[in-house]
Design a protein around this ligand. Structure first.
Ligand SMILES: [Zn+2]
Length: 309
C-alpha cells in the first residue's frame, strides 16, 4: 500500500471484472482466441504436459516424432490409437461450446487451438473460423507425403489390429496396453492402415509432431487476418500467454491494439499482462459461458443456450 492507500501492485495487475470484460466482448469487432490443453482439461483428457507422465515407460514426447514413427510405426500407432479412443470417448465441455457460440454470433472472431483432440469441431465450432495449429488426432495422412489426407475419421479402433488400444476397462482396472509389465501387442506393419492413394505409404496421425513445421497455408491465413485491421481482443484459454506459440500471437495482436484476456487456473499464466488486460483464474468450462453471456446468451450445464441474449 502506498501513501494514498492504493495497492501499488494491484494498480499494475490485470483487471478481473466480469462486467467490464462482458462489455468489452459485446463491443469488440475483431477478436481472436488461442486455446491450449487447459480448455480440454474439464473433458478429462490427459495432457501429458508438466506431469512427467510416461506411456508404457516411454516419454510421450519421444513417441511424437517422425523418427519414432519410422523406427517403430506399430508402437507409435498403439499410442495414438489409445489417444484417439480417449478423445472420442470424451465430450466437448461448456468452454468448447461457448467459443463455438461466440464464433457463430461474432463474424470477425477467429479461434486458434493447439489441441488435437477434435473437441472444438465436435462442439460445432464453425470450421472456417477454427485453426487447428497442431492438426487433429482424428485425421490420418500419408507418411510418404503423397498428399492424401482422411479427415475426421471417427472409426474406433481405426483398424482391427489396433483394437487393443480401444478397449474399455472399468476405472479400477488397468487397460493391459497401459501396463508396461505386459508385453505390447505385436502388430505387423502390413496390418497398420495404409494410404489408399499411393498404396505404398503408411497412414499416420494427422497431428504436427516435434521436429515438424506447422501448416504454412494455415499460418499465412492467420497472419493475413491479423494484418487486415486492428484487433480489439485477444483471448488466451488454458495456456500461458508468455509461452510460444501463444506468446507470438499475443504480441502480434497487441501490436494491432488488442487487449489481452487470459483464462487459466494457473496464476503464473498471467505474467506479462498490463493493467488494461484481464486475468480470470479458473476453469474455462465454468468461466467462458459467463464471460460471453451478453453475446451468446445463457448456457445450461450441457452446453446448450437456454436463454437467448
Ligand atoms: Zn500416399
Amino acid at each position: 500500500m502506498n501513501y494514498f492507500g492504493i495497492s501499488t501492485t494491484s494498480a499494475m495487475a490485470p483487471r478481473n471484472s466480469i462486467a467490464e470484460f462482458q462489455e468489452l466482448v459485446r463491443s469488440s469487432n475483431r477478436m481472436m482466441a488461442l486455446c491450449g490443453a487447459g480448455l480440454s482439461a474439464a473433458s478429462g483428457l490427459p495432457t501429458f504436459r508438466g506431469a512427467g507422465g510416461l506411456w508404457r515407460n516411454h516419454e510421450p514426447t519421444d513417441l511424437a516424432t517422425p523418427e519414432a514413427f519410422a523406427a517403430d510405426p506399430s508402437l507409435v500407432w498403439l499410442f495414438y490409437a489409445w489417444r484417439r479412443h480417449m478423445a472420442l470417448k470424451a465430450k466437448p465441455n461448456r468452454g468448447h461450446f461457448a467459443l463455438a457460440e461466440l464464433a457463430k454470433r461474432k463474424e470477425n472472431f477467429i479461434c486458434l487451438t493447439q489441441n488435437v483432440d477434435g473437441l472444438s469441431p465436435r462442439a460445432g465450432h464453425p470450421e472456417s473460423k477454427l485453426y487447428l495449429l497442431h492438426g487433429s488426432i482424428l485425421d490420418n495422412k500419408c507418411f510418404n507425403q503423397c498428399g492424401y489426407i482422411d479427415r475426421n475419421n471417427l472409426s474406433d479402433p481405426i483398424c482391427p489390429a489396433l483394437a487393443p488400444a480401444a478397449e474399455d476397462y472399468p476405472p479400477d482396472q488397468t487397460l493391459p496396453l497401459l501396463d508396461p509389465n505386459i508385453p505390447a501387442p505385436q502388430i505387423q506393419v502390413e496390418d497398420l492402415p495404409h494410404c489408399p492413394r499411393c498404396k505404398t505409404g503408411l497412414l499416420r496421425p494427422g497431428v504436427v509432431w516435434f521436429n515438424e513445421p506447422l501448416d504454412e497455408n494455415m499460418i499465412m491465413q492467420v497472419e493475413n487476418w491479423i494484418w487486415q485491421g486492428p484487433v480489439d481482443l485477444m483471448i488466451v484459454v488454458g495456456t500461458a500467454a508468455a509461452v510460444y506459440p501463444a506468446a507470438a500471437y499475443t504480441r502480434k495482436a497487441q501490436r494491432r491494439g488488442a487487449i489481452v484476456a487470459v483464462i487459466n487456473p494457473d496464476p503464473d499464466s498471467a505474467s506479462g499482462l498490463g493493467p488494461k488486460d484481464f486475468f480470470f483464474q479458473g476453469d474455462a468450462a465454468e468461466i467462458l459461458p459467463l464471460l460471453f453471456e451478453p453475446v451468446i446468451g445463457k448456457m445450461d450445464e450441457s452446453g446448450k443456450i437456454c436463454v437467448e441474449p
